[in-house]
Design a protein around this ligand. Structure first.
Ligand SMILES: O=C(O)CCC(=O)C(=O)O
Ligand SMILES: [Fe+2]
Length: 389
């Protein structure tokens, strides 16, 4: 009671003489309480708005479905486009016909990525980093997470590769959820030795992401040292439909096996029944029912079966799903260059507004680099990492 009356007195500007309690202290406590209340109110208002917008999206989607289905008794069929396969592709053509247009492409004749000095097989990774830990992922169609991939128990790379070479993808009672998928294992973090002979192809060597400082204001910046990464997927493992994070572009080099890709344009995103809050999609291009997701029939499916030795370019914000038709090994990079720079800045700034300080730092670092020259030529891993920061 006593404390309260002092607080009240001090609030009303009356000097708390005779008390050994610093009046400024109560003012600060009071301001903090007010601030807390204000933020709590803001959060609950935003939640209300969020639920209301989700309902609104559902209603609009259902109106759109009715319109679409009523318009000339449309048959629910998907339309496919084969992803271009290009050989002898020069950098300018790559940018003008694909990267700037947000169109995927397969580069069929580009071997320099993996220097001939190293045999890029699992033995290479195992010999150098067999005792490093990996956390394989497992596809779970009910999981409300990015790619519907959930983490499993960590084990050493050696143990995982042991599993990989003995697993049974062919048994009739093997459920799709049984496969352990080594997914996006960040080589510069866990196995930098494996990259000594790695070559970054000219199409992607303008990556700004790996030129930003490793830290800012004492905080380590994510993404700088994450790619290339390694994928080892047993036959029948898969990544469900997702959009790669922070507006990044993506490329993958397939070392072994065959992978089926379904890729959609950014402009078709609203037909794919996305749940942005959980980063999942109700529409599954490999197991779909168009009666349940009719708008998906409006989206063009860019499809390919990626073959060993090929490089696939996936543009930023293009939803995609991937199915391993065979045991497969691949290396990939997410990256930022002139073709997706604006998208990335927009996305990082949005993340910063949600309280993600690191994203704000990355955006700042990318802005500082944007006026610097980029080289578009094959770069050895060490030259790539040495480019001017
Ligand atoms: O190869 C895969 O399973 C999917 C790779 C991918 O799309 C990703 O890591 O974002
Ligand atoms: Fe992806």
């Amino acid at each position: 009671m006593w404390g309260l009356s002092v607080v009240v007195l001090c609030w009303s500007g009356i000097v708390c003489e005779g008390s050994d309690i610093d009046p400024g202290h109560f003012t600060t406590v009071h301001q903090k309480d007010q601030e807390l209340l204000r933020l709590q109110n803001q959060v609950s208002q935003l939640y209300t708005a969020l639920w209301a917008s989700r309902d609104q999206i559902r209603e609009l989607r259902s109106d759109l479905e009715k319109l679409y289905l009523n318009a000339n008794d449309r048959k629910l069929e998907r339309s496919f486009v084969a992803i271009d396969r290009r050989a002898n592709l020069d950098v300018n053509t790559f940018f003008n016909e694909y990267a700037f247009k947000g169109k995927p492409v397969i580069i069929t004749d580009y071997q320099p990525i993996l220097s001939k000095k190293t045999k890029w097989d699992l033995k290479h990774f195992e010999a150098l980093c067999g005792s490093e830990y990996v956390t394989p992922l497992r596809y779970d169609p009910t999981a409300k997470v990015w790619g519907r991939l959930v983490e499993t128990e960590s084990c050493t790379l050696r143990d995982y590769l042991q599993y990989y070479s003995h697993h049974d993808s062919y048994g009739t009672d093997t459920a799709p959820t049984d496969f352990l998928y080594l997914h996006d294992w960040h080589l510069p973090i866990y196995c930098p030795e494996a990259l000594t002979d790695f070559i970054v192809p000219k199409y992607f060597s303008g990556d700004l992401l790996q030129r930003i400082p490793k830290e800012m204001d004492g905080e380590p910046l994510s993404y700088v040292d994450e790619w290339p990464s390694l994928f080892v997927g047993p036959k029948n493992s898969q990544s469900a439909m997702h959009v790669d994070s922070f507006g990044s572009n993506f490329w993958m080099y397939l070392i072994e096996g065959r992978k089926k890709w379904n890729i959609f344009s950014k402009s078709d995103l609203s037909y794919l029944y996305e749940d942005r809050a959980t980063k999942t999609f109700e529409y599954d291009p490999f197991n779909y029912n168009l009666l349940k997701t009719p708008l998906a029939a409006k989206a063009t499916v860019y499809e390919c079966i990626l073959e060993p030795g090929e490089i696939l370019f996936v543009p930023a914000v293009s939803p995609h799903a991937v199915f391993n038709l065979e045991d497969s090994i691949a290396m990939s990079m997410n990256y930022v260059d002139a073709s997706n720079y604006n998208l990335v800045i927009e996305e990082l700034s949005r993340l910063e507004r949600t309280g993600d300080q690191i994203s704000g730092f990355i955006a700042k670092a990318l802005r500082a680099l944007s006026s610097k020259e980029s080289q578009y030529q094959d770069l050895s891993w060490s030259d790539f990492k040495k480019r001017g920061r």
